[in-house]
Design a protein around this ligand. Sequence first.
Ligand code: SF4
Length: 331
Amino acid sequence: MKHSNIAIFIPHMGCPHLCSFCNQRNISGEKSIPSGDDVRKICSSAMSEISDKSNTEIAFFGGSFTALDRGYMLELLSAAYDFVGERKFKGIRISTRPDYIDDEVLSILKKYGVTSIELGAQSMSDKVLEANERGHSAKDVKKASLLIKQYGFELGLQMMVGLYQSTESDDYFTMCEIIALKPDAVRIYPVVVLKNTRLGELYQSGRYQLYDFDKAVEICANMLYMFEFMGIKVIRLGLHASKDVSENAVAGFYHDSFREMCESYIFRTRIMTLLKNKKGEFSIEIPKGSLSKAVGQKKVNIEYFRKNDLYISFKENSELHGYCVSIKEVK
Ligand code: SF4
């Protein structure tokens, strides 16, 4: 059964920081602050609309949940908790900063039915965290992750690709460090530079140069492949499409189909590796539902193969999974 979230956006108010990339109000698209009553209204209408409640979580997205004023945090939690349990929703999901996790707050979250905690790690390089004014260290991410797992919560980690002063090897280092923490899920966010942010200033003054788009796709595709190979779900790759982001993005890797582009890259590289030094016509079976990924947007993979004297036709096979392919030469 597919997991779903009832998303409730908490604007920037929970967070005393201003990271280089963050313009939280633009991302959440909301300026109003939800009250406990608002949460009750949202959950109660979702109760009548959603049939598969056991796979649905109430998700507080946006700000740093555990950095909220304690009274307000409890108001939100107790409102949501009324809708969690048997024949109600599965649990509550929150996102927060690693330096706002400790025993006390985790005990509160446990008591109020929180099931999943996502930490914005962003990078595991202290140099990069500092350059992007995150206000926490990689050690904080490790400490908070271990504590969250000890308390039995699902752990999600969010990382960014292409931050200011992050090299390709820093980004891959972050991926490796995150794999070592064994989260249940990750979100990969290739950088999107927004107006009115520190990154925006750095970019416009020429002090911040980003990867080119294809390089960002290549890095993110390699990460997607590695995380999945290690059994870690990638629940998001690329920023959600929204009017606010498209209106405020000045540079970076923002594309509605970013994940699919990465998946296409994975199919292309796998096929090229398997057909190394070969030319001619091939029929390739791919997992069911993968045709558009294997072909690529605007048939980019087909074109790529053709330029390498490979003439490929695809056929879906429901017995194949992931990025498995079965290749036959057409004689
Ligand atoms: S910690 Fe999160 S909410 Fe706070 S400034 Fe950074 S990105 Fe924005």
